[in-house]
Design a protein around this ligand. Structure first.
Ligand SMILES: [Zn+2]
Length: 402
């Protein structure tokens, strides 16, 4: 979900489109809801009925999805593909019509945040960076994306193996190309799921109580938020990746999703805070998760498990290398066996005092027994060893792999 309508900078088409999603008249679209009034369970039927936008109903690459973890394809190209450089900034916690949000849906700091930076308030680190580059950015698959805003859903929108997490944060980015600012093209979302724990999330608690219980922003200059710190600890756990869409109307496709595997922790009190405010804003509906959408022809990829990495290579490659290694070892073993057998046969086959062909044949059989019948001299024609002749050695060449 993308928010930011109340404080939308003039001329941002993206924000106008998003604001239109909440309109009840004059747009051709009715009010969209997550569930029937007073219902606590999101209804796919209600969502399909009220999300009257073409992409919401017809596009086949919609978000969120259920991620079947066993079917996600490991891709070594995803290793270290999320490189955040998001600055700590003063935030003004804002309650929108459908949830909690920090920062505006734009690459720039708000006038309030810029003012604070100009005044030199805050830590040296954040002030210096903020004045140089707004809210910061994240390299995704090697491409720079500007960080825009972060907001939360309860329960999670994406699911793992059919299971919702207690909550989900969306860090909204857009590719750092000026031509796309103001559009909803080239968006990317880094998603963090939260699991319920006994201990509350300390980072959330620095600003969680500040979100108003109505559509409004908190008082200015109250808190510094370090979004980078919120996700850094989770990144080593890897992530799932797929191509999806916005999860609210107009459900625009073409959004790259990066769903972290490792979950953050949230306590019931914090979940209840968001849910209670949502219930106030949404006529008793205390959730804001879109129902999961069909995967259709898409494939979910993922960073390979750490134990699937060998010498910096991850994913299927180590298995291929291991197979080739075993193949090579087996090949060398057979060559060695054939070599020993061949030389032994050659020795017996060559005219020697008292030597007879049938003796060589007997030894071949014995060697076969010692080797347990695995690839061994038994592969040799039993009768061949008994035949005399100087050409026997040349007949004992290893068979080609087939
Ligand atoms: Zn969202």
């Amino acid at each position: 979900m993308l928010y930011g309508c109340r404080n939308a900078p003039n001329g941002l088409v993206l924000l106008l489109l998003l604001c239109r999603g909440d309109a009840t008249d004059g747009t051709g679209h009715g009010e969209w809801v997550y569930a029937a009034a007073d219902g606590s369970v999101p209804s796919q039927v209600i969502q399909a009925q009220t999300w009257d936008y073409k992409d919401c109903t017809h596009d086949r690459t919609q978000s969120p999805i259920d991620i079947v973890t066993a079917e996600a394809l490991p891709d070594s190209a995803l290793v270290d593909a999320i490189e955040p450089s998001i600055h700590a900034n003063y935030a003004r916690p804002t309650t929108t019509k459908h949830g909690f949000q920090l920062f505006h849906t734009s690459p720039n700091l708000s006038s309030h945040e810029r003012l604070r930076t100009a005044e030199g308030v805050g830590t040296g680190r954040s002030t210096a960076r903020s004045s140089a580059a707004g809210k910061g950015s994240t390299r995704l698959m090697g491409e720079p994306y500007n960080f825009y805003q972060i907001h939360w859903h309860v329960p999670s929108e994406n699911t793992f193996d059919g299971q919702h997490a207690a909550m989900e944060a969306h860090l909204v980015h857009q590719i750092a190309e000026p031509e796309y600012v103001g559009s909803n093209s080239h968006l990317a979302v880094v998603a963090v799921l939260y699991e319920l724990g006994a201990r509350c999330n300390e980072q959330l608690d620095t600003f969680w109580p500040l979100f108003p219980q109505e559509v409004a922003s908190a008082a200015p200059n109250v808190t510094m938020v370090d979004v980078q710190a919120m996700i850094e600890r989770l990144l080593p756990g890897g992530f799932y990746h797929y191509l999806g869409s916005l999860t609210t109307p107009p459900c625009t496709p073409g959004v790259s999703w990066y769903v972290l595997k490792r979950k953050a922790v949230v306590c019931q009190r914090q979940v209840d805070r968001l849910s209670a405010v949502l219930a106030i804003l949404q006529r008793g509906v205390g959730v804001n998760n879109r129902a999961t959408q069909p995967l259709h022809q898409r494939r979910v990829t993922m960073t390979p498990p750490n134990d699937a990495c060998v010498g910096g290579f991850c994913g299927p490659l180590p298995n291929v290398l291991l197979f080739l290694l075993l193949l090579a070892c087996a090949g060398l073993g057979v060559v060695g066996i054939w070599s020993r057998c061949g030389s032994k046969l050659a020795a017996h086959a060559s005219p020697a005092p008292g030597g007879h062909g049938h003796v060589a044949g007997t030894e071949m059989h014995e060697q076969h027994q010692r080797l347990g019948g695995v690839v061994s001299c038994s592969e040799l024609p039993r009768g061949a060893a008994a035949r005399s002749g100087s050409s026997l050695g040349s007949q004992m060449q290893p068979a080609p792999w087939s």
